[in-house]
Write a protein that binds this ligand. Sequence first.
Ligand SMILES: Nc1nc2c(ncn2[C@@H]2O[C@H](COP(=O)(O)OP(=O)(O)OP(=O)(O)O)[C@@H](O)[C@H]2O)c(=O)[nH]1
Ligand SMILES: [Zn+2]
Length: 336
Amino acid sequence: MSPLDHYGLDQHWLTEFEKLSRKTILARVVRVDRGEFDAITDSGIVRATGTGICTGDWVTLDSFRLVATLPRQTAIERASAGTTSDTQVLGANVDTVVVTVASDTALDLGRVERYITLAWGSGAVPVVAITKADSGSVNEELVLEAAPGVTVCSTSALSDGGIDSLTAHLHGTIALIGPSGSGKSTLGNALLGGSVFATGATRSADSKGRHTTAHRELVPTPSSGLVLLDTPGLRSVGVQGSEDAVASAFSDIDELAATCRFGDCAHEREPGCAVLAAVDAGELTERRLGNYRKLLRENAWATSRHDARARREKLREYKQISKSLRQKYAADGRTR
Ligand SMILES: Nc1nc2c(ncn2[C@@H]2O[C@H](COP(=O)(O)OP(=O)(O)OP(=O)(O)O)[C@@H](O)[C@H]2O)c(=O)[nH]1
Ligand SMILES: [Zn+2]
Protein backbone atom coordinates (compact mmCIF):
# COMPACT_ATOMS: atom_id res chain seq x y z
CA MET A 1 0.00 0.00 0.00
CA SER A 2 1.30 3.45 -0.88
CA PRO A 3 1.43 6.15 1.82
CA LEU A 4 -0.76 8.19 -0.53
CA ASP A 5 -3.64 5.77 0.11
CA HIS A 6 -3.76 6.99 3.70
CA TYR A 7 -3.99 10.56 2.43
CA GLY A 8 -7.10 10.13 0.33
CA LEU A 9 -5.73 8.89 -2.99
CA ASP A 10 -8.54 7.58 -5.18
CA GLN A 11 -9.34 6.88 -8.82
CA HIS A 12 -10.26 10.51 -9.49
CA TRP A 13 -6.77 11.79 -8.64
CA LEU A 14 -5.06 8.92 -10.44
CA THR A 15 -7.04 9.77 -13.58
CA GLU A 16 -6.21 13.49 -13.27
CA PHE A 17 -2.55 12.63 -12.77
CA GLU A 18 -2.47 10.35 -15.80
CA LYS A 19 -3.54 13.29 -17.98
CA LEU A 20 -0.26 15.03 -17.09
CA SER A 21 3.40 14.43 -17.76
CA ARG A 22 4.64 11.03 -16.72
CA LYS A 23 8.00 12.42 -15.72
CA THR A 24 6.59 14.01 -12.58
CA ILE A 25 5.47 12.39 -9.36
CA LEU A 26 2.09 12.68 -7.68
CA ALA A 27 1.93 14.22 -4.20
CA ARG A 28 -0.52 15.76 -1.75
CA VAL A 29 0.31 18.94 0.13
CA VAL A 30 0.38 18.24 3.85
CA ARG A 31 1.60 21.54 5.19
CA VAL A 32 2.58 24.90 3.68
CA ASP A 33 5.26 27.28 4.86
CA ARG A 34 6.54 30.36 3.09
CA GLY A 35 7.57 29.25 -0.40
CA GLU A 36 8.07 25.67 0.76
CA PHE A 37 5.79 22.83 1.62
CA ASP A 38 5.70 19.26 2.90
CA ALA A 39 4.03 16.79 0.60
CA ILE A 40 3.28 13.12 0.89
CA THR A 41 4.47 10.97 -2.01
CA ASP A 42 4.73 7.28 -2.79
CA SER A 43 7.98 7.25 -0.85
CA GLY A 44 6.93 9.29 2.16
CA ILE A 45 7.00 12.98 3.11
CA VAL A 46 9.22 15.28 1.06
CA ARG A 47 10.05 18.97 1.36
CA ALA A 48 9.38 20.84 -1.88
CA THR A 49 9.36 24.40 -3.17
CA GLY A 50 6.51 26.24 -4.82
CA THR A 51 3.79 28.80 -4.18
CA GLY A 52 0.09 29.22 -4.82
CA ILE A 53 -0.81 25.91 -3.25
CA CYS A 54 -2.61 25.15 -0.03
CA THR A 55 -2.96 22.24 2.36
CA GLY A 56 -4.93 19.45 0.75
CA ASP A 57 -3.94 20.24 -2.83
CA TRP A 58 -2.94 17.38 -5.12
CA VAL A 59 0.17 18.38 -7.05
CA THR A 60 2.89 17.02 -9.29
CA LEU A 61 6.56 17.40 -8.42
CA ASP A 62 9.81 17.28 -10.30
CA SER A 63 13.01 17.13 -8.21
CA PHE A 64 11.22 18.57 -5.17
CA ARG A 65 9.79 21.44 -7.20
CA LEU A 66 6.11 22.12 -7.77
CA VAL A 67 5.17 21.50 -11.39
CA ALA A 68 1.36 21.55 -11.47
CA THR A 69 -1.64 21.69 -9.17
CA LEU A 70 -4.46 19.32 -10.08
CA PRO A 71 -7.84 21.10 -10.38
CA ARG A 72 -9.38 21.46 -6.92
CA GLN A 73 -12.62 19.61 -6.29
CA THR A 74 -13.45 21.82 -3.32
CA ALA A 75 -11.84 24.82 -1.63
CA ILE A 76 -12.68 26.49 1.66
CA GLU A 77 -12.29 30.17 0.88
CA ARG A 78 -12.97 33.07 3.11
CA ALA A 79 -13.01 36.72 2.24
CA SER A 80 -10.16 38.16 4.26
CA ALA A 81 -10.86 40.96 6.65
CA GLY A 82 -9.82 44.53 5.89
CA THR A 83 -9.86 46.57 2.75
CA THR A 84 -8.52 44.12 0.20
CA SER A 85 -10.74 41.85 -1.83
CA ASP A 86 -8.37 38.93 -1.51
CA THR A 87 -9.65 35.55 -0.51
CA GLN A 88 -7.76 33.13 1.64
CA VAL A 89 -7.93 29.42 0.89
CA LEU A 90 -8.03 27.53 4.16
CA GLY A 91 -7.99 24.05 2.69
CA ALA A 92 -8.42 22.25 -0.62
CA ASN A 93 -10.14 19.01 -1.61
CA VAL A 94 -12.02 18.72 1.65
CA ASP A 95 -15.04 16.39 1.61
CA THR A 96 -16.64 17.11 4.97
CA VAL A 97 -16.40 20.36 6.91
CA VAL A 98 -16.93 19.88 10.63
CA VAL A 99 -18.14 23.11 12.21
CA THR A 100 -17.32 23.08 15.92
CA VAL A 101 -19.72 24.78 18.33
CA ALA A 102 -18.63 24.80 21.98
CA SER A 103 -21.31 23.78 24.43
CA ASP A 104 -19.80 25.88 27.22
CA THR A 105 -19.91 29.18 25.30
CA ALA A 106 -22.92 31.42 24.61
CA LEU A 107 -24.50 30.07 21.42
CA ASP A 108 -24.11 32.47 18.50
CA LEU A 109 -26.53 31.15 15.88
CA GLY A 110 -25.51 33.83 13.36
CA ARG A 111 -21.94 32.66 13.54
CA VAL A 112 -22.98 29.03 13.05
CA GLU A 113 -24.90 30.12 9.93
CA ARG A 114 -21.82 31.91 8.68
CA TYR A 115 -19.62 28.85 9.08
CA ILE A 116 -22.22 26.64 7.41
CA THR A 117 -22.42 29.08 4.49
CA LEU A 118 -18.63 28.97 4.20
CA ALA A 119 -18.77 25.17 4.22
CA TRP A 120 -21.46 24.89 1.51
CA GLY A 121 -19.57 27.47 -0.54
CA SER A 122 -16.50 25.23 -0.51
CA GLY A 123 -18.33 22.42 -2.24
CA ALA A 124 -17.95 20.14 0.79
CA VAL A 125 -20.73 18.89 3.06
CA PRO A 126 -21.04 20.53 6.49
CA VAL A 127 -21.60 18.64 9.73
CA VAL A 128 -21.92 20.44 13.06
CA ALA A 129 -20.13 18.99 16.08
CA ILE A 130 -21.16 20.38 19.44
CA THR A 131 -18.01 20.05 21.54
CA LYS A 132 -17.53 19.89 25.31
CA ALA A 133 -20.99 18.37 25.76
CA ASP A 134 -19.81 17.36 29.24
CA SER A 135 -19.72 20.97 30.34
CA GLY A 136 -22.33 23.32 28.98
CA SER A 137 -25.89 23.72 27.91
CA VAL A 138 -25.83 24.07 24.13
CA ASN A 139 -27.68 21.11 22.65
CA GLU A 140 -28.57 19.77 19.22
CA GLU A 141 -32.07 21.20 19.19
CA LEU A 142 -30.80 24.74 19.82
CA VAL A 143 -28.21 24.50 17.06
CA LEU A 144 -30.67 23.08 14.51
CA GLU A 145 -32.34 26.48 14.17
CA ALA A 146 -29.19 27.62 12.40
CA ALA A 147 -28.59 24.36 10.58
CA PRO A 148 -31.77 22.83 9.15
CA GLY A 149 -30.94 19.77 7.09
CA VAL A 150 -27.42 19.57 8.51
CA THR A 151 -26.29 16.70 10.76
CA VAL A 152 -25.63 17.96 14.28
CA CYS A 153 -23.79 15.68 16.74
CA SER A 154 -23.03 16.25 20.40
CA THR A 155 -19.53 15.19 21.37
CA SER A 156 -17.24 15.21 24.33
CA ALA A 157 -13.60 14.52 23.90
CA LEU A 158 -13.26 13.91 27.63
CA SER A 159 -15.67 11.02 27.88
CA ASP A 160 -15.36 9.90 24.23
CA GLY A 161 -19.07 10.62 24.01
CA GLY A 162 -20.52 10.94 20.53
CA ILE A 163 -17.23 10.49 18.69
CA ASP A 164 -18.33 7.25 17.01
CA SER A 165 -21.67 8.63 15.86
CA LEU A 166 -19.91 11.74 14.53
CA THR A 167 -17.38 9.56 12.69
CA ALA A 168 -20.25 7.74 10.98
CA HIS A 169 -21.16 11.03 9.25
CA LEU A 170 -17.64 11.80 8.04
CA HIS A 171 -15.92 10.69 4.90
CA GLY A 172 -12.74 11.47 3.00
CA THR A 173 -10.82 14.58 3.96
CA ILE A 174 -12.26 16.41 6.96
CA ALA A 175 -11.61 20.02 7.89
CA LEU A 176 -12.37 21.24 11.38
CA ILE A 177 -13.44 24.87 11.43
CA GLY A 178 -14.73 27.00 14.25
CA PRO A 179 -13.74 29.81 16.58
CA SER A 180 -10.59 29.66 18.65
CA GLY A 181 -11.05 27.56 21.78
CA SER A 182 -14.09 25.75 20.40
CA GLY A 183 -12.30 22.43 20.73
CA LYS A 184 -11.20 21.73 17.15
CA SER A 185 -7.81 20.31 18.04
CA THR A 186 -9.17 18.30 20.96
CA LEU A 187 -11.87 16.83 18.72
CA GLY A 188 -9.27 16.16 16.03
CA ASN A 189 -7.16 14.28 18.53
CA ALA A 190 -10.18 12.27 19.65
CA LEU A 191 -10.87 11.33 16.02
CA LEU A 192 -7.24 10.35 15.63
CA GLY A 193 -7.18 8.44 18.88
CA GLY A 194 -4.07 10.24 20.05
CA SER A 195 -2.50 13.62 20.66
CA VAL A 196 -1.35 15.01 17.35
CA PHE A 197 -2.74 18.52 17.36
CA ALA A 198 -1.64 20.94 20.03
CA THR A 199 -4.52 21.94 22.28
CA GLY A 200 -4.73 24.99 24.46
CA ALA A 201 -6.20 25.70 27.85
CA THR A 202 -8.90 28.33 27.47
CA ARG A 203 -8.77 31.47 29.53
CA SER A 204 -11.63 30.60 31.80
CA ALA A 205 -12.73 34.21 32.33
CA ASP A 206 -13.96 34.74 28.80
CA SER A 207 -13.68 31.30 27.20
CA LYS A 208 -11.92 33.00 24.30
CA GLY A 209 -9.05 30.58 24.07
CA ARG A 210 -5.52 31.08 22.89
CA HIS A 211 -4.52 30.15 19.40
CA THR A 212 -2.80 26.85 19.60
CA THR A 213 -2.90 25.52 16.05
CA ALA A 214 -0.40 27.55 14.09
CA HIS A 215 -0.30 25.43 10.97
CA ARG A 216 -2.86 23.80 8.79
CA GLU A 217 -1.72 20.28 8.54
CA LEU A 218 -3.13 17.10 7.04
CA VAL A 219 -3.03 14.05 9.28
CA PRO A 220 -4.40 10.62 8.35
CA THR A 221 -6.43 8.69 10.90
CA PRO A 222 -5.08 5.20 11.50
CA SER A 223 -8.36 3.29 11.61
CA SER A 224 -11.24 5.14 10.00
CA GLY A 225 -9.51 6.02 6.71
CA LEU A 226 -10.17 9.74 7.19
CA VAL A 227 -7.69 12.54 6.63
CA LEU A 228 -7.91 15.45 9.05
CA LEU A 229 -7.13 19.10 8.50
CA ASP A 230 -6.98 21.24 11.63
CA THR A 231 -7.33 24.97 11.05
CA PRO A 232 -6.45 27.85 13.33
CA GLY A 233 -9.41 29.49 15.02
CA LEU A 234 -10.96 32.11 12.79
CA ARG A 235 -11.66 35.56 14.17
CA SER A 236 -13.70 36.65 11.20
CA VAL A 237 -15.35 34.70 8.46
CA GLY A 238 -16.36 36.72 5.44
CA VAL A 239 -18.50 35.03 2.86
CA GLN A 240 -18.25 35.92 -0.79
CA GLY A 241 -18.76 34.80 -4.33
CA SER A 242 -21.49 32.36 -3.66
CA GLU A 243 -25.14 33.20 -3.56
CA ASP A 244 -25.72 29.47 -3.93
CA ALA A 245 -23.91 28.84 -0.64
CA VAL A 246 -26.26 31.25 1.15
CA ALA A 247 -29.22 29.53 -0.51
CA SER A 248 -27.93 26.14 0.69
CA ALA A 249 -27.31 27.34 4.22
CA PHE A 250 -30.79 28.88 4.30
CA SER A 251 -32.58 26.18 2.31
CA ASP A 252 -35.70 26.64 4.46
CA ILE A 253 -36.01 30.29 3.38
CA ASP A 254 -35.11 29.38 -0.19
CA GLU A 255 -37.94 26.83 -0.29
CA LEU A 256 -40.41 29.29 1.21
CA ALA A 257 -39.36 31.96 -1.30
CA ALA A 258 -40.30 29.65 -4.14
CA THR A 259 -43.92 29.89 -3.03
CA CYS A 260 -44.10 33.70 -2.68
CA ARG A 261 -46.72 35.26 -4.94
CA PHE A 262 -44.16 37.31 -6.87
CA GLY A 263 -41.16 35.63 -8.44
CA ASP A 264 -38.93 38.58 -7.54
CA CYS A 265 -40.31 38.95 -4.00
CA ALA A 266 -37.81 40.72 -1.74
CA HIS A 267 -39.64 39.46 1.37
CA GLU A 268 -39.91 43.02 2.69
CA ARG A 269 -43.63 43.82 2.64
CA GLU A 270 -44.98 42.24 -0.54
CA PRO A 271 -48.46 40.69 -0.41
CA GLY A 272 -48.48 36.90 -0.57
CA CYS A 273 -44.94 36.64 0.78
CA ALA A 274 -44.47 33.12 2.14
CA VAL A 275 -41.28 34.08 4.01
CA LEU A 276 -42.98 36.84 6.01
CA ALA A 277 -45.96 34.55 6.59
CA ALA A 278 -43.60 31.99 8.13
CA VAL A 279 -42.19 34.66 10.44
CA ASP A 280 -45.74 35.65 11.46
CA ALA A 281 -46.60 32.01 12.09
CA GLY A 282 -43.53 31.62 14.31
CA GLU A 283 -41.94 29.07 11.96
CA LEU A 284 -39.02 31.28 11.03
CA THR A 285 -37.25 33.67 13.40
CA GLU A 286 -36.71 37.34 12.59
CA ARG A 287 -33.11 36.76 13.59
CA ARG A 288 -32.54 34.10 10.97
CA LEU A 289 -34.26 36.09 8.24
CA GLY A 290 -32.15 39.11 9.23
CA ASN A 291 -28.91 37.12 9.04
CA TYR A 292 -29.95 35.66 5.69
CA ARG A 293 -30.37 39.19 4.31
CA LYS A 294 -27.08 40.26 5.84
CA LEU A 295 -25.11 37.39 4.31
CA LEU A 296 -26.70 38.00 0.90
CA ARG A 297 -25.76 41.70 1.10
CA GLU A 298 -22.24 40.90 2.23
CA ASN A 299 -21.89 38.38 -0.55
CA ALA A 300 -23.10 40.84 -3.18
CA TRP A 301 -20.78 43.54 -1.86
CA ALA A 302 -17.72 41.26 -1.82
CA THR A 303 -18.52 40.10 -5.34
CA SER A 304 -18.79 43.65 -6.68
CA ARG A 305 -15.55 44.59 -4.94
CA HIS A 306 -13.92 41.57 -6.53
CA ASP A 307 -15.24 42.64 -9.95
CA ALA A 308 -13.96 46.18 -9.42
CA ARG A 309 -10.51 44.88 -8.66
CA ALA A 310 -10.58 42.67 -11.73
CA ARG A 311 -11.46 45.77 -13.82
CA ARG A 312 -8.59 47.75 -12.27
CA GLU A 313 -6.15 44.96 -13.00
CA LYS A 314 -7.34 44.74 -16.58
CA LEU A 315 -6.90 48.50 -16.95
CA ARG A 316 -3.37 48.35 -15.54
CA GLU A 317 -2.59 45.58 -18.01
CA TYR A 318 -3.85 47.67 -20.94
CA LYS A 319 -1.86 50.68 -19.77
CA GLN A 320 1.25 48.52 -19.58
CA ILE A 321 0.67 47.21 -23.09
CA SER A 322 0.04 50.63 -24.57
CA LYS A 323 3.09 52.01 -22.79
CA SER A 324 5.35 49.32 -24.25
CA LEU A 325 3.75 49.81 -27.66
CA ARG A 326 4.42 53.57 -27.45
CA GLN A 327 8.03 52.86 -26.54
CA LYS A 328 8.31 50.41 -29.40
CA TYR A 329 6.85 52.90 -31.89
CA ALA A 330 9.12 55.62 -30.55
CA ALA A 331 12.13 53.34 -30.98
CA ASP A 332 10.97 52.34 -34.48
CA GLY A 333 10.53 56.02 -35.33
CA ARG A 334 14.11 56.76 -34.33
CA THR A 335 15.58 53.91 -36.36
CA ARG A 336 13.46 54.55 -39.44
N1 LIG B 1 -14.56 19.72 29.27
C1 LIG B 1 -14.14 19.64 28.01
N2 LIG B 1 -13.19 20.49 27.60
C2 LIG B 1 -12.80 20.41 26.32
C3 LIG B 1 -13.35 19.46 25.41
N3 LIG B 1 -12.78 19.64 24.19
C4 LIG B 1 -11.90 20.66 24.33
N4 LIG B 1 -11.90 21.13 25.62
C5 LIG B 1 -11.05 22.21 26.16
O1 LIG B 1 -11.28 23.41 25.41
C6 LIG B 1 -10.05 24.14 25.28
C7 LIG B 1 -9.81 24.51 23.82
O2 LIG B 1 -9.66 23.33 23.04
P1 LIG B 1 -8.80 23.28 21.70
O3 LIG B 1 -9.01 21.91 21.14
O4 LIG B 1 -7.41 23.72 21.91
O5 LIG B 1 -9.55 24.37 20.81
P2 LIG B 1 -9.25 24.84 19.31
O6 LIG B 1 -10.56 25.10 18.69
O7 LIG B 1 -8.39 23.84 18.62
O8 LIG B 1 -8.46 26.17 19.54
P3 LIG B 1 -7.47 26.95 18.51
O9 LIG B 1 -6.38 25.99 18.15
O10 LIG B 1 -7.02 28.10 19.30
O11 LIG B 1 -8.30 27.35 17.33
C8 LIG B 1 -8.97 23.26 25.89
O12 LIG B 1 -8.71 23.71 27.19
C9 LIG B 1 -9.59 21.89 25.91
O13 LIG B 1 -9.08 21.09 26.94
C10 LIG B 1 -14.36 18.57 25.90
O14 LIG B 1 -14.92 17.71 25.20
N5 LIG B 1 -14.71 18.70 27.21
ZN1 LIG C 1 -41.45 36.76 -0.24
